[in-house]
Write a protein that binds this ligand. Structure first.
Ligand code: VOV
Length: 248
């Protein structure tokens, strides 16, 4: 049996994708629409409070294309908190005008492929900060789920620790060449959702997503062992931008 990588886990993650029921929204009265937006404003303020107290973090983005209209990415200490969060949103008036189209449940994860042997990663404040990150307010987000392949000769889980480490080092080097341009949050979802990882990228220039993901396709760990789900890409929202987007 190959040696399993050791993983460190941080906050639980819920990616929640919603579509707007535009006909219902347009049929609603101006008062109802304003009430729904005000209620969302209050929720956004609550979530900012949680972020300021470092008890979690929330990202709010539009989604371009027909897969969804907007998304939240929530990070919280427990799965219970995520559950409460999603039901709180579902009880709002705005939720009555939305259709849930996709969700993803995972947990912020770091693996020990790059770790220094003999050191306790949890003593390293940088590691701790990466496990419980304040999500960036970058202009753009890109989310997709992925697996490591388990097929015939291309079975990631049958490789030795050394082989995997070598490949992950190469992966890390490519990633690092994008330092300052892309922030990646890798969330593990084995046992939680339909894929093994969620990949969430943040960048000021959306084109950087294409460049990075394309370059990684040529790197062995992605070229040979990466299987990918649907991609979601979008733009930063806040209460005002959302109100603008919802104006009819
Ligand atoms: C900014 C880009 C960037 C950087 C710097 C980066 C670095 C690193 C390091 C150093 C490590 C290993 C240690 C750890 O930190 O866990 C990882 C780990 C991982 N990555 Fe990564 N990755 C990036 C970016 C990045 C992208 C774009 C993708 C998607 C792949 C693609 O082809 O579309 C990805 C995937 C992953 C995954 C699924 C894992 C876990 C694999 C496992 O088997 O456990 N990743 N990643």
């Amino acid at each position: 049996m190959s040696e399993a990588a050791q993983t460190l886990e941080g906050w639980y993650a819920l990616h929640d994708f919603r579509m707007v029921d535009w006909s219902a929204w347009k049929r609603a009265s101006e008062d109802d629409r304003q009430g729904a937006l005000d209620e969302l404003h209050n929720l956004l303020e609550d979530w900012t409070g949680i972020e300021n107290r470092q008890e979690g973090s929330t990202a709010f983005y539009s989604v371009v294309g027909q897969k969804a209209d907007f998304m939240f990415m929530h990070l919280r200490e427990t799965l219970e908190e995520l559950n409460t969060l999603e039901t709180t949103f579902n009880k709002t008036r705005l939720a009555e005008f939305t259709i849930p189209v996709y969700s993803y449940v995972s947990i912020v994860e770091l693996s020990n492929y790059m770790g220094q042997p003999g050191t306790d990663p949890l003593e390293n404040p940088e590691v701790v900060a990466r496990l419980k990150p304040a999500l960036p307010k970058a202009k753009h987000i890109c989310f997709y789920p992925m697996n490591k392949r388990r097929e015939g000769n291309d079975n990631w889980y049958m490789l030795s620790m050394d082989e995997r480490k070598t490949m992950m080092r190469s992966h890390g080097m490519i990633g690092r060449s994008y330092a300052g341009r892309v922030k990646q949050i890798i969330t593990g979802s084995v046992g939680f959702d339909d894929w093994e990882w969620g990949v969430t990228l943040f960048a000021e220039d959306a084109l950087t997503f294409k460049k990075l993901v394309y370059e990684m396709r040529f790197d062995e760990v992605s070229a040979r062992y990466g299987d990918f789900g649907s991609f979601y890409v979008g733009n930063l929202l806040d209460g005002e931008k959302f109100a603008q987007q919802m104006k009819v």
